[in-house]
Design a binder for this molecule. Structure first.
Ligand code: GLN
Length: 547
């Protein structure tokens, strides 16, 4: 293992797009033919983000190997196509619980367990773990410098710089240059302070990414270079762009990848090297110059924080890229439908999507949205909870099972959706009790499903009969109701390999009605749109021609 490590920190304020910067840098290194890996070190105390409200923290991204991770890992995958793993995201909570478990086991017997070296060693080991032939490992540190909880992480990456040497480590710091209207200037002082803060923990940044809402005058760049002890060419302007998929192009134009490779001595000072960015030019062009547009209603909860549905949002954009259309999203709080007719809200949309979600609130509104889409033959896409709602709707309104419900919403005489207490993961039986822990106890990660030959989904997946998709849910459609629902016209076109767990439902007499128990949005990429999203948006395009 001889990977080079790039540590990305942030300063001044949060939300500067460190995650996108890291993801874009990964894409740029790939475009130069390098093998990359991206990791996120999160200083918060939760063991993983699985128990955090997406309303506060944004979505929880699930990996193939079943880890519940930070949403930045979604950006990493979407920009590089490299599947993230359990070993790509760690939190203070995880580090401490491992250290404390070792202390209890007696691993440190006789010693005093301390932040330095025990916690910092655990962070260091994590950064270096599970690597093979990667050439670059980009490690983003969550939060901003100066946060108390971030200190052990900064100390660990400082030590790594010393241990591996400058030839194998690079520190990139992301800051903000605010524009002060009264002075008519972009201000460099916060950046200077932020770099000082980093220096106080022993880290001298090698490259600065300076977010600004307008061009950074040469003078200001020179000033930053001088005060922050960074080469002028390595003060990289990071101006706002209109689509996130143009960020790799924008950073390349400003010289980020070139300067990084020069830093590592992989390019000479006058050499720009070869880079193939055609993929990113094409994507940015398609996003900017669509040939048409469709409107999709997303009926869910948490609709005030769009980060709660980050991957979904992106996957719909990818569906648009596949069809050369802009996908407008109409976010609707499902509770609204509990006291109002959904028709006035949904008439005129080209597709209805009910996304994943938890809890009873708003569920009756979601079911009403399903009824509308089913009866009016508007394309419907139900994801996870959205599939469960579609099945409950069909049970109640077509199969005559009036009290059909989910045990997630309380006791019910007709548990059409019920708690999953046992399931197979590979050859292993996973078990869970009703009163068990909430953290990490869902059906998580990639599971295979068998598709019914000739079904709509099988066609969508290019004739495949076996697929693998990522899951994150506690409840399941109850296979005991399958026959009654099939008699009512709902086709169970995807099942777990043992035939126990319904994975996909569809209505053959509807233009496009698909419910999936998994989260296809997690695997969609701008350069490889997920087939379900490409097909759903294509159906919405058809629908838009009817209206
Ligand atoms: N709340 C449902 C369950 O746990 C659906 C979860 C989801 O949509 N991700 O099964």
């Amino acid at each position: 293992m001889s990977a080079r490590f790039i540590f990305v920190t942030g300063g001044v304020v949060s939300s500067l797009g460190k995650g996108l910067a890291s993801a874009s840098l990964g894409a740029l290194l790939q475009a130069r033919g390098h093998k990359v890996r991206l990791r996120k070190l999160d200083p918060y105390l939760n063991v993983d983000p699985g128990t955090m409200s997406p309303y506060q923290h944004g979505e929880c991204f699930v990996t193939d190997d079943g880890a519940e991770t930070d949403l930045d890992l979604g950006h990493y995958e979407r920009f590089t196509g490299v599947s993230a793993r359990q070993s790509d995201n760690v939190t203070t909570g995880r580090i401490y619980s491992d250290v404390i478990a070792r202390e209890r086991r007696g691993d440190y017997l006789g010693g005093t367990v301390q932040v330095i070296p025990h916690v910092t060693d655990a962070i260091r080991d994590f950064v270096l773990s599970d690597l093979s032939d990667e050439e670059f490992v980009i490690c983003e540190i969550g939060g901003t410098v100066g946060d108390i909880e971030g200190l052990p992480f900064l100390e660990a990456i400082r030590q790594l710089g010393n241990e591996l040497g400058r030839a194998r480590t690079c520190y990139i710091h992301c800051t903000l240059l605010p524009y002060v209207g009264a002075a008519g200037e972009l201000k460099t002082k916060p950046t200077q302070h932020s770099v000082k803060e980093l220096l106080s923990v022993g880290i001298q940044p090698d490259i600065l990414l300076c977010r600004a809402d307008r061009d950074i005058p040469k003078n200001e760049r020179r000033k930053i270079a001088l005060f922050c002890n960074v080469k002028e060419g390595r003060v990289i302007p990071a101006l706002d762009v209109d689509t996130i998929y143009d960020v790799p192009n924008a950073y390349h134009r400003e010289g980020l990848d070139t300067e990084l490779l020069r830093y590592f001595g992989l390019l000479g000072e006058d050499d720009d090297g070869d880079v193939d960015l055609s993929r990113w030019h094409d994507i940015a062009h398609r996003v900017r110059a669509p040939e048409g547009e469709v409107t999709i209603a997303i009926v869910g909860k948490y609709t005030v924080l769009l980060d709660a549905y980050k991957s979904l949002n992106e996957a719909l954009t990818h569906g648009g890229i596949a069809n050369n259309v802009r996908v407008n999203l109409k976010w609707i709080e499902s509770e609204v439908f509990e006291s109002a007719d959904p028709a006035p809200h949904l008439e005129g949309v080209d597709g209805v999507l009910v996304p994943g979600g938890f809890g009873e609130r708003g569920s009756e509104g979601k079911i009403k949205a399903v009824t509308f889409a089913r009866e009016r033959k508007v394309p419907y896409f139900g994801i996870c909870l959205g599939m469960q709602m579609a099945v409950i709707e069909a049970a109640r309104n077509i199969a005559g099972i009036d009290h059909a419900s989910s045990t997630e919403f309380g006791p019910t005489p007709e548990p059409v959706v019920g708690l999953l207490t046992e399931w197979m993961k590979g050859n292993q039986l996973e078990k869970r009790g009703i009163t068990g822990d909430m953290g990490g106890t869902m059906r998580l990660g990639a599971y295979p499903a068998h598709l019914k030959p000739g079904s709509l989904v099988s066609q969508i997946y290019g004739g495949a009969t076996e697929i693998k998709e990522r899951h994150r849910h506690r409840y399941e459609v109850n296979a005991a109701y399958k026959d009654r629902l099939e008699q009512a016209g709902m086709v169970f076109s995807g099942m777990s390999p043992d035939g126990e767990l319904p994975e996909i439902v569809e209505f053959p007499d509807h233009p496009w009605f698909v419910g999936v128990q998994y989260h296809p949005e997690l695997k969609s990429k701008p350069f490889d749109p997920h087939p379900l999203f490409a097909s759903f948006v294509a159906a919405a395009v058809q629908q838009s021609r009817l209206v």
